[in-house]
Design a protein around this ligand. Structure first.
Ligand code: ZN
Length: 204
């Protein structure tokens, strides 16, 4: 329960700090007790709205912890090869072909073919046993590659070698009706063009 309407209005509109239910200083704008902590965690005071803010905050954190790649500032990403992090010796790599939100994206068909080509080539390469995952980004600006125990320098070299191998492919691997979920949507030439342009960026 609120302690009084007069105080509530003053808290909402005022620029000065006021005191919470426990008499401690709190910020007036968000009506949340910043200073009340138990074992380092913020605690709501007895007010209903204060408790609700805390509960909502906890719930949204539990359900929607942001994933690492969303925390990148996509306005600052340029095409290249990046390690996004390591967990349990699995390294996540960002193979960024295109500038995010730059208006130029890999076509669906070319990206699909890149997926098939690169997946087959890297799983037949020297580091085949380290490949955990390879797949396209839904935004069509690149692909993700997860490798077990392979650090960035070695990973980048292996990726460049595999990209070169993809350029030699005479056909898209695994592109029959039996093997693929959308076998008509492929573009070998388009994939090779994108791969060649990306390779040039990596070898600069
Ligand atoms: Zn497919």
């Amino acid at each position: 329960m609120r302690s009084g309407r007069g105080k509530e209005r003053e808290v909402r509109n005022g620029k000065t700090r006021s005191k919470d239910c426990d008499g401690k200083i709190r910020r007036t704008q968000n009506r949340f007790c910043e200073n009340r902590r138990v074992q380092g965690k913020r605690q709501a005071c007895g007010k209903d709205d204060c408790r609700k803010v805390l509960e909502d905050e906890i719930r949204s954190k539990e359900v929607m912890d942001n994933i690492k790649s969303f925390e990148l500032d996509h306005d600052k990403i340029v095409p290249g090869f990046y390690c996004l992090g390591e967990k349990n010796n699995v390294y996540t790599y960002d193979m960024r072909f295109k500038k995010p939100n730059g208006g130029d994206y890999i076509s669906y068909a070319a990206l699909h073919s890149i997926e098939h080509l690169f997946a087959v080539v890297i799983r037949n390469s020297e580091i085949k046993d380290s490949v955990v995952y390879f797949g396209p980004m839904g935004c069509r600006t690149g692909c993700y590659l997860l490798l077990f125990g392979i650090e960035e320098k070695e990973a980048k070299k292996a990726v460049c070698d595999c990209l070169k191998k993809c350029l030699e492919a005479a056909e898209v691997y695994g592109a029959t009706r039996k093997e693929c979920g959308n076998y008509l949507e492929h573009d070998l030439d388009g994939a090779k063009k994108e791969i060649a342009a990306y390779l040039e960026i990596l070898e600069k």
